[in-house]
Write a protein that binds this ligand. Structure first.
Ligand SMILES: Cc1cc2nc3c(=O)[nH]c(=O)nc-3n(C[C@H](O)[C@H](O)[C@H](O)COP(=O)(O)O)c2cc1C
Length: 169
């Protein structure tokens, strides 16, 4: 059984991306896993300040009061992190990007360096070109060094998302 954290960067809880999220979560729970989802649009996540204090102190982000404190706790809790986003101008939504930027404060902590997690991506777009967000996803996974479990790309691919969820053991 794995603990799975879904970071849903869509602004629509009943949209195409959330349909992939729901199918993935259902599959994962059927497979015996524990799943938590954060719908970022409904949370308060400040932008990264770019102050580099997380790198200097290795004690985490200087911003302590927004909802990232919940996400930081759940990053520790989870074995698997799932990024879910629609495509905005060829990339992730600002909601997800903001959380990914702030994750820098987490991966640079002395207690988290070298910690390995699994990661997956669920994404929808109006068109079929996922080249840029996939490149970006691969930059993240390579930089963080986490194990890529796979991607589901496209509206209506709930069956594929459910199978990816079920495949997690
Ligand atoms: C501001 C904005 C930018 C978008 N940029 C793209 C894009 O670059 N490529 C694309 O194929 N679709 C683009 N779309 C369409 C959405 O990605 C697509 O409708 C998505 O499936 C909606 O997901 P949701 O139902 O989770 O909101 C854009 C939509 C908006 C509102």
């Amino acid at each position: 059984m794995k603990k799975i954290l879904i970071l849903n960067g869509s602004s629509r809880r009943n949209g195409y991306t959330s349909a992939l999220v729901d199918a993935f979560a259902e599959g994962a729970r059927t497979g015996g896993n524990e799943v938590k989802e954060h719908f970022i649009h409904g949370m308060k996540a400040n932008y990264c300040l770019g102050c580099d204090m997380c790198m200097k102190t290795q004690k985490g982000c200087v911003q302590k009061t927004d909802d990232m404190k919940i996400i930081y706790q759940d990053l520790i809790w989870a074995d698997v992190i799932v990024f879910a986003s629609l495509e905005y101008w060829g990339t992730f939504t600002a909601e997800l990007k903001t959380v990914v930027d702030r994750m820098f404060g987490w991966i640079t902590m002395d207690t988290n360096q070298g910690v390995k997690k699994d990661i997956a991506l669920l994404m929808t777009a109006r068109g079929n070109d996922y080249t840029m967000p996939l490149d970006q996803y691969h930059i993240y996974t390579k930089y963080i060094g986490w194990n890529d479990l796979g991607t589901v790309l496209g509206r209506g691919k709930e069956a594929e998302a459910r199978l990816l969820g079920e495949s997690i053991k």
